[in-house]
Design a binder for this molecule. Structure first.
Ligand code: IMP
Ligand code: MG
Length: 175
């Protein structure tokens, strides 16, 4: 790894507060229903757990892992499924939970794929959104923070697999 340091972009309190608000909003929107959260491994693990704790309607969870093909084929939008869901989502009120939307390719693909499995409803919740980088058109109903186009880590996001465990969102600054 090149020499770098981490600058705080969103401190722990701000992130916690915003997740609490998202949880309250989802609880209101899904009153009387059960929310089925789909956590996209690995980056969304921290956010999904914290969000789930703040949702007051019944919650179930499942996990999925996908990886994009290499840079050369990325523009094709092909996303490889490394781990599929354990359970069917037919008739469920599903929310895909992501750490960050960048180009939007991953989520556009996932929303398509899961939409074909007849959920009762299907929405997306992301902790971070980099709107400047969007290539694929995808509707996102719940956004924690819109951020500038900077490489961020923490709260599940990694730089070469490190820093996922930071309790805040930081920017990687190269020295
Ligand atoms: P996209 O929206 O399909 O381009 O891909 C989003 C994925 O790229 C996320 O799930 C992250 O794994 C990764 N990613 C994008 N921006 C960042 C960042 O700033 N830090 C860490 N990972 C990122
Ligand atoms: Mg990811």
């Amino acid at each position: 790894m090149d020499k770098h340091h981490i600058e705080v972009m969103l401190d722990e309190n701000s992130v916690d507060q915003r997740i609490r608000e998202l949880g309250e909003q989802i609880s209101r929107d899904y009153a009387g229903k059960c929310v089925h959260l789909i956590c996209i491994l690995k980056g969304s693990v921290y956010f999904t757990c914290e969000l789930a704790k703040r949702i007051s309607v019944p919650v179930t969870m499942d996990f999925m892992q996908c990886s994009s093909y290499g840079a050369a084929t990325k523009s094709s939008g092909i996303v490889r499924l490394a781990k599929d869901l354990d359970e069917a989502i037919t008739g469920k009120d599903v929310i895909i939970v992501e750490d960050i939307i960048d180009s939007g390719r991953t989520l556009a693909h996932l929303k398509d794929l899961l939409g074909q499995r007849d959920p009762r409803s299907l929405r997306i919740c992301t902790l971070l959104d980099k709107p400047d980088r969007r290539v694929a058109d995808v509707d996102v109903e719940y956004v924690g923070f819109k951020i500038e186009d900077k490489f961020v880590v923490g709260y599940g996001l990694d730089y070469d697999q490190q820093y996922r465990n930071l309790p805040y969102i930081g920017v990687v600054e190269f020295d």
